[in-house]
Design a protein around this ligand. Structure first.
Ligand code: SF4
Length: 325
């Protein structure tokens, strides 16, 4: 990661609430608070991991950051420009610089298209290459991800899961983006393939000076690739820290519980697992005060009434807890 921290993207007060409508007259009955007030800075050249259970709002956050979803509230700046105020044309131009890689390569690649056409599509849409130059650019992209010219005329079903994800990555690189959101990009792959793809992403980051937002529910993958990690719970960031600091000294009880659930490969070492009580509450009806209080082993009276702010408790290490660990 770059030692001089230059912001590439900034997010302030980001919210996405889906109104709940009921009855014949579709009257408003509250809202599902998928993302509920997020402030974040993503620095050029870093990988920011976003981790949390299914339904915590991490994928929605990624899509809001790319303006693939319209926020209910909040603003997003990319390279200093406020994106929510851009015209459609300006947004389209800016989107060239940010791409997304989805979880399931099988469903994100059109099964009827040849690999050449899949990877060439964004270049054609933006009118960047034609004819032989287009084909050479596609070959160059395939070679960047460990595939080659001989794959051009094949269809997605002829590839393994890992190879399909390589095709998805090649396509995401076509427009020379500076930011890529990897939305559960390795979660559907076998563990051995996961590390190959993670290593490929790291190598590409170095070669092409990419910035990643790496969204995952599994901590091992996030640990492998991230410089900093944001932990999300019920639409909010509850902890944000450098990777090493987060793993060595988690300060939020939820992060501590997540870390305690990660198996240790050494059977001689044991750690006490913190088992969280109950399920993730519904984002349509989040608990009062600290939304983690219904499952937190350290909850006290104040936690039920007052929501803790995300505050720095050490250099580069913030947590939203009245009694940080
Ligand atoms: Fe637990 Fe209270 Fe901290 Fe929330 S604020 S995580 S309930 S101790």
């Amino acid at each position: 990661m770059n030692q001089t921290l230059v912001p590439l993207m900034e997010v302030k007060g980001l919210k996405k609430h889906y109104p709940l409508q009921k009855g014949l007259f579709q009257s408003n009955k509250g809202a599902v608070r998928a993302v509920d007030g997020i402030d974040l800075t993503v620095y050029r050249g870093e990988t920011l991991g976003i981790v949390g259970e299914s339904g915590c709002g991490k994928s929605t956050t990624g899509q809001l950051m790319l303006q693939l979803l319209e926020p209910t509230e909040g603003k997003v700046w990319f390279e200093g420009k406020e994106m929510t105020s851009l015209s459609k044309q300006e947004l389209r131009q800016m989107r060239r610089h940010m791409q997304i890689i989805f979880q399931d390569p099988s469903s994100s690649l059109n099964p009827r298209m040849r690999v050449e056409d899949i990877v060439a599509e964004p270049l054609q849409v933006h009118g960047l290459y034609k004819g032989a130059a287009l084909r050479e650019r596609v070959v160059e992209l395939l070679e960047l991800v460990g595939l080659g010219r001989h794959h051009l005329s094949r269809h997605p079903h002829e590839f393994s899961g890992g190879q399909k994800q390589r095709i998805g990555i090649a396509r995401s690189l076509a427009l020379n983006p500076s930011l890529i959101v990897c939305d559960e990009a390795v979660s559907a792959l076998d563990v051995s393939i996961q590390s190959q793809i993670l290593n490929l992403l790291k190598q590409l980051q170095k070669e092409l000076k990419l910035t990643y937002i790496f969204i995952a529910h599994g901590l091992p993958a996030v640990k492998h690739i991230s410089d900093r990690i944001a932990v999300m719970y019920l639409g909010k960031i509850v902890e944000l820290a450098d990777r090493d600091s987060l793993f060595a000294h988690p300060r939020h009880p939820y992060t501590q519980a997540l870390l305690s659930a990660v198996p240790i490969p050494d059977p001689t070492q044991r750690k006490q697992r913190i088992v969280l009580q109950g399920d993730l509450p519904s984002p349509a009806n989040p608990p009062s005060g600290c939304s983690f209080h219904t499952r937190c082993p350290f909850a006290q009276e104040i936690c039920k009434k007052t929501a803790p702010a995300l505050q720095q408790h050490a250099e580069g290490h913030a947590a939203a807890c009245h009694f940080p660990l």
